[in-house]
Design a protein around this ligand. Structure first.
Ligand code: S3P
Length: 193
């Protein structure tokens, strides 16, 4: 499929915890005039409990099933920026789902930056390990090849500000996916006469 011609005009952010998917995604959506949706937040709002509680009650397997169902709902939307959860690539059926429903941007980061960004985090069940650094390295080893395999764009996410990252991604989209931008402009021109 030619992603530059993708009719749904969705952008899907993937990458590990603490790579900035939610913060950058929200800012990017505002820049591009798209709606922002976050899979974990949508799940929490839908079930009225937080992610940690879903893990407590249903285990990781239960959470992954819920996550898959929510991703299907979000992927049915158009002209949205979707922030996924870092573990969505753990299920093979999510890989195709994401690939078929938007342009995929991988926010790649280092364990060093993740540790800095997540130093105060208590909400992520998979981070509640005695050695966070080792846990994050293990997850990166498993997941980086999967993120890379479905990414249309790979963007390094380090110490830059959210605004800088959103501007950078936006510029890369313009440079590397000009047809995507062009189609968006055409659509806007049609809508606004
Ligand atoms: C997870 C990442 C989290 C959340 C859950 C599991 C993971 O999302 O979905 O805690 O397996 O990496 P973020 O990537 O938004 O932190």
């Amino acid at each position: 499929m030619d992603k530059s011609e993708h009719v749904k005009q969705n952008l899907i952010l993937i990458g590990p915890m603490g790579s900035g998917k939610s913060t950058v995604g929200r800012r990017l959506a505002a820049r591009l005039g798209k709606q922002f949706v976050d899979c974990d937040q949508a799940l929490e709002a839908y079930l009225n409990v937080d992610v940690a509680t879903i893990f407590d009650i249903e285990g990781e397997r239960g959470f992954r099933e819920r996550e898959h169902q929510m991703l299907k709902r979000l992927c049915a939307m158009s002209n949205v920026v979707i922030a996924t959860g870092g573990g969505c690539v753990a299920r093979a059926d999510n890989l195709n789902l994401l690939r078929e429903n938007g342009l995929i941007i991988y926010l790649r980061t280092s364990v060093k930056h993740q540790l800095a960004r997540l130093s105060r985090d208590k909400s992520r069940p998979l981070l509640q390990a005695p050695d966070r650094r080792q846990r994050l390295h293990e997850m990166a080893a498993q997941r980086d090849p999967l993120y890379t395999s479905i990414a249309d764009l790979v963007v390094e996410s380090g110490a830059q500000s959210v605004a800088h990252m959103a501007a950078h991604v936006s510029k890369l989209l313009q440079q590397q996916m000009p047809e995507h931008q062009h189609r968006r402009k055409q659509k806007m021109d049609q809508q606004h006469g």
